[in-house]
Ligand binder design. Sequence first.
Ligand code: G6P
Length: 624
Amino acid sequence: MCGIVGYIGYRDASDFLLEGLRRLEYRGYDSAGIAVANDASDVSICKTTGRIERLASALATSPLEGRVGIGHTRWATHGPPTESNAHPHVGGDNVVTICHNGVIENFQELKSRLESEGYVFQSATDTEVIAHLAAECLEKASAKASTKEAKQPFAVLVKAVKATLSQLRGTYGLVLMFRDYPGVIIAARLGSPLVLGVAEDEHFVASDASALAGYTDKIVYLSDHQIAVVTADSLQVTHRDLGEVRHSIESLQISTPDVDLGGYSHYMLKEIFEQPESLKNAMRGRLCEDDATAMFGGLNLTPQQLGGVNRIILTACGTSWHAALVGEYLIEEFARIPVEVEYASELRYRNPPVDPGTLVFAISQSGETADTLGAIREMKRKGHRTLAICNTVGSSIAQEADGGVYLHAGPEIGVASTKAYTSQCMVLGLLALYFGRMRHLSFDAGTRIINAFHALPSKVRAALQTDEECKRIAAKYCNANNFLYLGRQYNFPTALEGALKLKEISYIHAEGYPAAEMKHGPIALVDESTPSVFIVPQGFVYEKVMSNIEEVKARGGPVIAIVDHGDTRVAELADDVISVPSVEEFVQPIVSAVPLQLLSYHIALLRGCDVDKPRNLAKSVTVE
Ligand code: G6P
């Protein structure tokens, strides 16, 4: 949560800062601000509450000129979203200006001390303590500078930043500017992501690489405890304890069209329609017909280690947790390995028994979710092997796991996850096939699964044709206050995900339930104004779900049903029917998710909601 950017070079800094913040807005959008230093090293700040476009309008009226600057888009943790709590914050007598992503847990005790020493706080944020602390440490470091330090241009700054960071408990991605050192910005991270963009005579800083597409394709991923000293034409990375480290420059795989709307009215819609392609990308090079199995390049475990796996833990948050539930069904079915699905926020503070045969997968689109990162660290500490299923290349979870599988879905910008979810299900399907073929699964069964996977992109393309029907149904039910989503087996997670999508973007209360379990509570909600969405494709629980539909109809509840093409029985019972292509049961969650995403999208649109940036949410939840 919160996005930060920085620039130093020859351009007008505010141009990049604004564009970078627009691209990072998914990380938080309750207020924003930038600070720019002009050639006379005067630092000017512009902050606004609300969206980046308000900041852009303010800057259009009063531009900030200069070639060095930092910026921030906020998701409030400490202090409400007001202009004074918006970043950047300044420390001391305006000697330091900073932007911060993360949480400082000991801010209250630091604040009390600094206040008692005369520092005056302007905001209710935890961040401001870092600014004043940095000002204090800089004053001390300058006063005590040795002759050697005094000769090295930024030695004193690095010393001051290290002294500041050593007093913080919590997480941070930080960019700092200094009034008396106009030619440098410093970036530092612990637990919150930061990337640096390298180009000729200019450098960029951002919370993630999508902000840099089109500016440079040379990226340095900063690791925890690293501090980068950035000037227009140099970049030096230092480790908090180890001194200078060699940084490697990697190639950015994201292009500008990936982060543009591409003619769609919203990123969410664009990403829904990208699913045939993103699914192909998740499978690309990973299916081996000759051996009827899947292949992975980055698991980093020996065949013996993989063969010895006797229990799998899938841990995640939000939509990724729903994909984990689909994974549980797939892995248990194909590979007969017991699977537990754990909320990362719970797993990280539990103490489950350790067994050398347990393999832990962390599933995360962003690869930055604080709880998922915390859970994987805890599991590693206990001696488990850990693998990551992430979309964002080079993200913290991807780096910390022993190995993993990337989704290759391309940047997902809409806050509500769509294409990443179906790609996560896809990758879990590939893993289930892989583990299955190492165990009892026959060649024939493997081939059948591969064929179903290959057919998926075209089935999803056909499912996208339900768009008009979803729009019509959305208009009929968009004023409902409650929705139920019901499915069984593979489509129980689909029901959870359908309900979450609706809640997230339309603010309608929705509950997902296993269809039969509905009798133990949610059925009490059923009345003529509470629609129930049933996911009822052909399969071995079809008749069972039909009975559950009867139960809702008997109580006067409207029913919307997702059915297979050609199904006529459900239409006799349901009020509205959406037909999707018939597929094998184990890939149904991927196909059925599509009309549910579209239904939520259209309902949210009709209710006038901000589909891509729903209230109170952020795409990347980097706080606990
Ligand atoms: C937030 C997002 C969700 C996402 C969840 C987990 O809540 O709004 O869309 O599913 O975080 O994020 P991750 O990046 O770990 O998949």
